[in-house]
Design a protein around this ligand. Structure first.
Ligand SMILES: Cc1cc2nc3c(=O)[nH]c(=O)nc-3n(C[C@H](O)[C@H](O)[C@H](O)COP(=O)(O)OP(=O)(O)OC[C@H]3O[C@@H](n4cnc5c(N)ncnc54)[C@H](O)[C@@H]3O)c2cc1C
Length: 424
């Protein structure tokens, strides 16, 4: 296919900008069915592969499931090499690919001397224009073991996701507020405008009743409608022996740790989340992010996204939810966690973009949430524009000076993406 070259023997793909996740997944499934992408984001299948890896996108997939999973925190770690054009017309290549006659151009990430990939990652094109990217591929899993568990409190969920993934019972997990499930079934569980007209947040007793209808019997004893979280964990396996071994380990963990399993065969709304993420663990692009856009009038704000340790999830969640509710919104926490190091944490706040009052309120909530999350240490893994400035205000001066100096050398006239926040 134009824009993609695959070597399924040595497990890499060279992809050009413009090729979407949908196209890449279809191409691999039809022409190279034994290999899959190492990581896919939950976003939209129209997102482009190379730029998402260049941005340090967040997601999951079989690449995170290797025992080296803890080394791969966001997607850029799967980049094997890049080709870019600099403002002076130079063509630069990174990693082993920088040597013309290297026998490991697309298979040895570091290469000789300094690999240079990271100079361009997260720079939003401010240092050079990407023309090609080599990405590692993974063998297609034989199967995926996946489970969904219920916990009442976010603190309990954070401990559990760490325990499951850190001990390697299953390598990947996602912890979410229960409200994220209906947000993704806008067809079956749309925003209930009749309750408050969207002027104020949904009352606690309404939330509680709604939650218990969607997740019957899952949250015994939960006192408030703001309680109720689910964990989806998954482990790709590569043959029937590994499958049997992982299933036994999971069974033991379920008994030893009293895990409360959510039966997705019986719960139609939670099932969509489970199957979307299970597909991602197999290397197929998710589409979860597109689904919630229709929940409350077509608008969605991610007031903040970033990386933090699992112990920070509850602190950040418990600070963000009251702010969103004060401004009249429901907000869902969504996280990804791989092997017990830092995890991705983001908030999803749907709003009615046709209503000027909601737009003003969402802006107010977002500003307050951003400041709160920065105060609590959440590190924005895709800072741009004003976020670059906010990150730099908190950075050691030497780091900022070095980046500015490199930018002045590479792009003295500041012609590449002035909106990135890296100029100046
Ligand atoms: C509803 C929704 C949900 C999403 N959820 C997630 C998610 O959960 N996880 C996730 O990882 N992502 C998520 N995303 C982001 C998405 O996956 C894409 O990574 C992102 O939208 C980039 O889009 P794009 O590929 O169209 O690139 P563009 O929007 O075209 O570009 C993005 C940036 O890269 C720069 N750029 C573009 N081309 C080049 C080039 N050739 N060389 C150098 N720089 C270049 C641009 O200047 C720009 O700064 C979501 C997006 C949407 C719309």
């Amino acid at each position: 296919m134009k824009g993609i070259t695959v070597n399924d023997d040595e497990l890499y793909m060279i992809v050009e900008p413009g090729v979407t996740y949908g196209e890449a997944a279809r191409y691999l499934a039809s022409k190279h069915p034994d290999v899959v992408l190492p990581s896919v984001p939950p976003s939209v299948p129209t997102a482009t592969v190379a730029v998402n890896y260049l941005e340090g996108g967040d997601g999951c997939g079989p690449g995170y499931a290797s025992r080296f999973g803890s080394a791969f925190q966001t997607n850029e770690a799967f980049i094997m090499g890049m080709e870019l054009v600099l403002p002076n017309g130079d063509i630069v290549r990174t990693g082993s690919w920088s040597r013309n006659d290297s026998a490991s151009k697309f298979t040895f990430r570091k290469g000789h001397t300094i690999p240079l990939h990271e100079l361009f990652v997260g720079a939003h094109g401010a240092f050079g224009v990407l023309t090609k990217m080599a990405i590692m591929l993974c063998p297609k899993p034989y199967d995926v073991i996946g489970r969904m568990y219920a916990v009442n409190k976010v603190e309990e969920g954070a401990e559990l996701i760490h325990k499951i993934t850190r001990k390697g019972v299953m390598s990947m997990g996602s912890l979410c507020s229960w409200i994220f499930a209906p947000m993704q079934r806008a067809d079956l569980a749309p925003y209930p405008w009749e309750v408050t007209g969207g002027k104020t947040c949904l009352p606690d007793d309404y939330m509680k009743k709604w939650r218990d209808e969607i997740f019957p019997g899952c949250f015994p004893g939960a006192k408030s409608g703001l309680e109720g979280f689910y964990i989806i964990t998954y482990q790709p396996v590569f043959d029937e022996f590994e499958k049997e071994a992982v299933e036994k380990t999971v069974e033991k963990a379920e008994k030893d740790w009293n895990l409360r399993r959510i039966d997705t065969d019986k719960m139609f709304i939670p099932a969509i989340e489970y199957f979307l993420k299970e597909g991602m663990a197999r290397g197929f692009p998710g589409n979860t992010r597109a689904r919630y856009l229709g929940w409350r009038g077509g608008g969605n704000m991610w007031p903040m996204l970033g990386q933090c340790g699992y112990k920070d999830y509850p602190k950040i969640h418990n600070a963000v939810v009251p702010i969103a509710r004060k401004f009249g919104f429901e907000v869902a926490m969504h996280t990804f966690y791989h092997y017990g190091r830092t995890g991705h944490c983001r908030f999803i706040m749907p709003f009615n973009r046709m209503d000027p009052d909601e737009c003003m309120r969402v802006a107010g909530a977002t500003l307050e949430i951003i400041n709160t999350c920065y105060e609590l240490g959440l590190t924005n893994n895709r800072a741009f524009a004003i976020f670059t400035d906010l990150e730099w205000q908190r950075s050691v001066p030497g780091y900022v000076n070095l980046i500015k100096s490199i930018k002045r050398i590479v792009d003295p006239n500041g012609i590449l993406n002035p909106a990135s926040g890296i100029n100046g």
